[in-house]
Design a binder for this molecule. Sequence first.
Ligand code: ADP
Ligand code: 5GP
Length: 228
Amino acid sequence: MSIVYIVSAPSGSGKSTLVNELFKMVQGLDFSISYTTRPPRGSEKNGKEYFFISQAEFETMIAEDEFLEHACVFGNYYGTARRFLRESQQRGHDLLLDIDVQGAAQVKKNLPAAVSIFILPPDRDKLEWRLRNRGLDSEAVIRRRLDTARREIENYSKYDYILVNNLLEQSADELKAIVLAERLKRSGTVSQPKEEALLLTAQACQLDRSRDRVLPILASFGAVPTRN
Ligand code: ADP
Ligand code: 5GP
């Protein structure tokens, strides 16, 4: 049975960077290319980062029940096509969804076995610095992203794993460990010390072990801690 991994993060936390690193290290994992009504940014190409479609086309896809989930994010529609999951399963691959907190909740409801990972920046100042340093957004957009980040972060306790993206290399290794540990758990065979080490790294990122690391981050955003 294929595994569906959900990755969410406030914009600027380093999710795309980490997911790119993950795909260099892990085989048999497909990336779900979402459909969106937002225009392409920078060097983005249709069919690579996203399928860029009109609002009318998006609404037709909703009416024809083609989406596993869809949501409105920053004023644009985004959706995960059911066909990606089907095709990935046919290949015997796992599938990674890079989606927002609303989409993650819908997927978890439909596919409770999905593995969800929430990526956090080390604190609000570092997130602001990363957004500015990335150089993609205007001042107004950066303000809106920081404001939205606070609300998104309050959803952290709905996720299975929490990854604080402080040092890139370490975070990439943790993300890889989570993906491989979930495969190992489902295959039921852990025999080598290397595999034990992966399980331990992944375990340290589990929600119930992450609260002490998360609380100061929440506080830096003025966000309210929640419990499931
Ligand atoms: P997201 O996909 O979450 O919006 P990006 O992957 O575009 O975020 O990362 C935002 C910026 O932060 C980029 O300029 C990226 O190079 C940088 N970045 C990512 N991870 C780290 C890290 N661990 N330390 C410092 N900078 C980082
Ligand atoms: P961006 O426009 O910066 O690429 O993405 C904005 C947000 O939309 C990110 O949080 C990203 O994870 C989310 N997103 C991308 N694709 C989907 C999708 O198919 N469904 C949902 N719900 N969110 C998505």
